[in-house]
Design a binder for this molecule. Structure first.
Ligand SMILES: N[C@@H](CCC[C@H](N)C(=O)O)C(=O)O
Length: 292
């Protein structure tokens, strides 16, 4: 049996991932092993761990059922080892890895995820992917200003927010006037009311100009990260909703601490995320340093 585990390190706007090729599903990836790989001191380090595996070898039956449409499954875990349904930045890095390794040919690849297959296509220097359909948790519960939740960030008074489902859960905070994104304390897990059943990713958004926003994000299962692709899409949806303009075709520049993403609202609640994907290193981890 191999005593070392191969990995590739990659990132999309500095949302960084450890990719573990397990093409035929013979290795697996336990929550404890994913957390150990993601550890920034004792492991490789990353916001998430992505197992690259044939869809036909996925553990989940509903993922395996999509094997006729998507050969490869992005088996995503957060840095704490928990599963996530979707990772927008991860889909681009995953597609870049498949292309580099010759596992997918052409300008587009369909990737299986826990929220269903998504098509990732080459787009300039990076990749673009439709991450929809988005949904507002329950449009009927939003107040007349378009908010349905309160979020405590650090020691500040609670901020008004809107829940947006991107396949994974998001709570988008509109930063009140007079406050600066840089002053937020995102070292602690934001406290959200009503309490989301499965946790949530919290994005704090500031408008910059027409079609241009900036955000900071605290990711479920991770902590503050430098970027979140599904979070950028949720923020564009929420900002459009607050403006009363959920217009198909509207485009957004979304500045995150790790760079810049582009988001486009599409028909039928589609939402396209575009941005870079970079593979930075390949290596081997001694299996003796990892839990099973
Ligand atoms: N960074 C990702 C989202 C990863 C999953 C998230 N932390 C969750 O638990 O839902 C992105 O780019 O979308």
């Amino acid at each position: 049996m191999a005593d070392r585990l191969a990995f590739t390190k990659g990132h999309g706007t500095e949302n960084d991932f450890v990719l573990v090729p397990d093409l035929d599903g013979t290795v697996g990836l336990s929550p404890a092993r994913a957390a150990a790989l993601a550890d920034r001191r004792a492991g490789v380090g990353g916001d998430g761990v992505i197992r690259v595996v044939r869809t036909a070898a996925a553990d989940e039956a509903d993922v395996r059922e999509t094997a006729d449409r998507a050969e490869w499954f992005m088996d995503y875990r957060n840095a704490d080892g928990s599963l996530a349904e979707m990772c927008g930045n991860g889909t681009r890095v995953f597609a870049e890895y498949l292309r580099r390794e010759g596992l997918a040919a052409g300008d587009a690849v369909v990737v299986a995820t826990r929220r269903g297959p998504v098509e990732v296509r080459s787009d300039g220097d990076g990749w673009a992917v439709d991450l929809g359909p988005w949904a507002l948790a329950d449009p009927g519960t939003a107040d007349r200003d378009g908010f349905d939740a309160l979020v405590h960030v650090g020691a500040d008074d609670p901020f008004s927010a809107l829940s947006v489902d991107m396949g994974n859960p998001h709570t988008v905070v509109a930063l009140p006037e007079g406050l600066d994104l840089d002053d937020l304390d995102l070292t602690r897990v934001p406290v959200v009311n009503p309490v989301p059943a499965h946790g949530t990713n919290v994005e704090v958004v500031r408008p910059i100009g027409p079609g241009h926003i900036a955000l900071r994000v605290h990711e479920r299962g991770v902590g503050e990260t430098r970027s979140c692709g599904t979070g950028a899409c949720a923020a564009a949806v929420a900002t459009s909703f607050w403006a009363g303009a959920l217009d198909t075709g509207s485009t957004w520049v979304v500045d995150v601490p790790g760079g810049r993403l582009r988001v486009r609202l599409l028909p039928d609640r589609g939402v396209e995320l575009a941005g870079p994907a970079v593979l930075v290193a390949d290596g081997m981890v001694d299996l003796a340093t990892l839990p099973d």
